[in-house]
Ligand binder design. Structure first.
Ligand SMILES: C[S@@+](CC[C@H](N)C(=O)[O-])C[C@H]1O[C@@H](n2cnc3c(N)ncnc32)[C@H](O)[C@@H]1O
Length: 346
């Protein structure tokens, strides 16, 4: 038998026969990168389009662009918001992805399968040690196939089980201010804790009563909620993220912490808000995508500011990010705090 190819970042993994043979429509795919999904869709070549569920609008948009009518892309904060109508669900967990997100997705997958529908987990690990026990706990029985390069795990929905939400609440204060409680969920940065970079940012910025603040890439909304302690009831906070679960959490956390005036918007290009209308933009951009998101935040963030407005960004890559900020703004200041650099421009 020909040896299967081991996938690399550039070259997708060959779809194992154990997966091919088991797929029965209607088929859904849980998460997965656009490149992996494009490869899977082509390899399965199903008669009807499969449904791809994404929590983040960015990969969802890329999937629509790349695969067109070969897929039906659905986005929501929760997989189990979809009708329980799948005969097969394929889950493509990320290599070294977040453990809690894997648990949450498997739990949610159970609830969107038809009776006796099957979940197939296509793990990138040669001998996956994590999923068998998890699937056994939630589905009762699991079959594992080790292909030599990766693992396919198969299990069926039998009966019912109560929905178990995976979430953690944490309580924090910044610089001696009032303490706030935040709800966090897997798949949203930074699950169960207040990020040190975010803390450094919020300790360093000065925000005045009545100001309009944009929390750009808000995650569960910590920074905007702390900004509201300074803006007071006359101010306004806009929470923006591409991840629908993040936006839902930011909305929940703003309300739960008594933010008087706010909006929460899901967008990938910082759209849907009036340009030139914010006094302050706060950003803690992710490091993936080779700085492309930091650049997007800087370029779009500048456009969102009123004349004289302030842009504050926390990073561990001050040289790369500082260069982009210097291209966009007239001034640039840097402050080191907690192992991070806060770059400020106006
Ligand atoms: C490092 S996290 C920061 C979260 C939070 N502001 C904090 O400081 O803890 C970066 C956030 O940017 C979001 N993000 C990534 N790309 C985005 C885009 N194109 N538009 C809006 N948000 C994006 C991610 O979903 C994530 O929530």
């Amino acid at each position: 038998m020909a040896k299967r190819k081991r996938g690399t970042a550039k070259e997708p993994r060959e779809v194992p026969a154990q997966l091919h043979d088991r797929v029965r429509p209607p088929v859904g795919v849980v998460l997965g990168s656009p490149a992996e999904l494009a490869h899977l869709v082509k390899a399965l070549a199903l008669a009807e389009p499969l449904t791809c569920h994404q929590m983040d609008l960015f990969p969802a948009g890329r999937l629509r662009e790349e695969l067109g009518e070969a897929v039906r892309v659905v986005t929501s904060a929760d997989l189990w918001d979809l009708p329980p109508d799948f005969q097969t669900l394929i889950y493509l967990p990320a290599r070294s992805g977040e453990r809690e997100l894997k648990i949450d997705m498997v739990e949610q997958a159970f609830h969107v399968l038809r009776p006796h529908g099957q979940l197939l987990v296509w793990s990138p690990y040669e001998m996956d040690a994590f999923f068998p026990a998890l699937l056994k706990k939630i589905f009762g029985r699991v079959h594992s196939y080790f292909t030599g390069n990766d693992t396919v795990l198969a299990c069926h929905r039998n009966g019912e089980r109560p929905r178990r939400r995976h979430e953690v609440t944490f309580q924090v204060r910044v610089a001696g201010g009032p303490s706030c409680r935040f709800l966090s969920r897997p798949g949203v940065f930074s699950y169960g804790r207040f990020d040190d970079g975010a803390r450094a940012l919020m300790e360093s910025v000065t925000i005045a009563p009545g100001e309009r603040v944009l929390d750009l890439g808000c995650g569960c909304g910590t920074n905007g909620v702390f900004a509201a302690q300074h803006t007071g009831p006359e101010g306004h906070i806009a929470f923006v993220d591409s991840n629908l679960r993040a936006v839902a959490l930011a909305e929940h956390n703003a309300r739960a912490n008594g933010v008087a005036s706010f909006e929460a918007i899901a967008t990938t290009r910082v759209e849907g808000l009036p340009e030139g209308s914010f006094d302050v933009v706060l950003a803690n951009p992710p490091y993936y995508a080779h700085g492309a998101i930091a650049r997007l935040f800087i370029e779009r963030g500048r456009k969102m500011l009123k004349p004289g407005g302030r842009f504050h960004l926390v990073t561990r890559q001050p040289n790369e990010v500082g260069t982009v900020m210097a291209e966009e703004f007239d001034s640039l200041e840097a402050e080191e705090r907690r192992g991070y650099v806060i770059l400020s421009s106006s």
